[in-house]
Ligand binder design. Structure first.
Ligand code: AMP
Length: 382
């Protein structure tokens, strides 16, 4: 039985992904309850009810679950015992098993390689000695990543020479790590696949991603790749989504090496690289997540126009709140999204700009120009 408008969706996590999900859900007439430790969080600001509790507060999570009809999430690092308690009371989509695989790099890579999906060469490491032999096996150009609690390049150390491994291990700072061979990729792309409980799937157009210091900077669509590779990327994302039995969304980040694809990372939720869908697609990734977790048919994910998304990080707030009219004045095709976060910190995702244009490269230029206009202001009036 589908969960129809008028019912209540519970979302675990109160960040920008939950906020945009809540906007999509409320637009379709659903009610939204958000659980997050922080008061007046980005999702809470647009939800009907915000519950503030630590993620390991099982009692609060149970109370939250009793007030909703279905639970989804925008944040992976909810403790397993909290998810189990919620799952006893209400359906959780995607399932805690999917979450378990995707929030742990090693589980994720083991899952993918067991099923012969193409992943970067990797080794599990749980100490400096193991790190040394892994570096020896994979070559000195590699990346050490924490196996858990990693996002936006956090807990990652690039290894250039097989020296200073002690320091690399300390910097990584997690009990278990994954060493990956450095991939000489031509570009990075991502595909977001939605899947319903009945197995219907739908992918968004592959996006081309540029990261700066491990954080997504720009996504443009369509990605500048061959038609063959585009199809292969969509087929790969769909196959992984099916293989994991995801109900909801799965974002698949991939490296493009010539005409080959290597999977970098999975995220079982809306993804930063899919924000373009809010302004450029018939159905946004957030609405697609809503439809999937409510047992409704998926919408058409068709891209209405080439587009680009530029992230707005907290660094932009260095001299106070930017003058947003500068970005909007730069081009009428610019859309401004702000997440309502109270504190701007360097590297923190505070909002994004989306531009549409007849070509992806043009959309990228417009988005970057509008973002630079915010910085120019600083230079003129420091
Ligand atoms: P991740 O948090 O694993 O998605 O990594 C953040 C970014 O670091 C990626 O989007 C890449 O730009 C870069 N990166 C991560 N792993 C590798 C790798 N094995 N080879 C080359 N670049 C990488």
């Amino acid at each position: 039985m589908p969960i129809l408008p008028g019912k209540t969706i519970g979302i675990l996590g109160g960040g920008q992904l939950g906020r945009m999900f809540a906007i999509a859900a409320r637009r379709m007439g659903y009610r939204v309850h958000a659980l997050d430790p922080t008061n007046d969080c980005p999702t809470g600001q647009v939800a009907d009810v915000e519950i503030n509790a630590a993620y390991d507060d099982v009692e609060a999570a149970e109370k939250f679950a009793r007030g909703v009809d279905v639970v989804t999430f925008e944040f992976e690092n909810v403790p397993a015992q909290t998810l189990t308690a919620i799952q006893r009371l209400r359906p959780v989509h995607p399932s805690p098993q999917v979450l378990d695989t995707c929030r742990h790099r090693l589980h994720e890579k083991d899952f993918l390689s067991r099923r012969a999906f193409p992943v970067t060469q990797y080794r599990a490491v749980n100490g400096v000695e193991q790190l040394a032999s892994a570096v020896h096996e994979l070559g000195s150009k590699s990346i050490l990543k924490g196996a858990d609690f990693g996002y936006d390049g956090k807990g990652q150390v690039r290894i250039e020479h097989a020296e200073n491994l002690e320091k690399a291990w300390r910097t990584m700072g997690r009990p278990v790590g994954v060493l990956e061979a450095l991939v000489p990729f031509d570009k990075e792309i991502s595909v977001i696949c939605a899947r319903t409980i009945n197995g219907q799937t739908s992918c968004f157009e592959p996006g081309e991603n540029v990261h700066v210091r491990g954080i997504l900077d720009i996504t443009s669509v369509p990605a500048d790749i061959s038609p063959r590779l585009r199809l292969a990327a969509i087929e790969l994302a769909t196959a992984i989504t099916e293989s994991l039995d995801v109900v909801g969304l799965l974002a698949v980040e991939m490296f493009v090496v010539r005409e080959n694809l290597l999977i970098n990372e999975l995220a079982p939720r809306p993804h930063n690289s899919g924000h373009f869908s809010f302004d450029a697609c018939a159905t946004s990734q957030f609405e697609q997540q809503l439809r999937a977790v409510c047992g409704l048919p998926l919408g058409d994910a068709i891209l209405f126009s080439p587009a680009a998304m530029a992230n707005l990080l907290g660094d932009l707030w260095r001299d106070g709140e930017p003058d947003w009219s500068r970005a909007l004045r730069a081009d009428p095709r610019i859309k401004l999204h702000l997440y309502g976060k109270h504190t701007a910190l360097p590297g923190r995702k505070m909002g994004h700009l989306t531009a549409i244009a007849p070509w992806a490269a043009e959309a990228r230029r417009i988005a970057m120009q509008a973002r630079s206009a915010l910085l120019d202001e600083r230079r003129v009036h420091p």
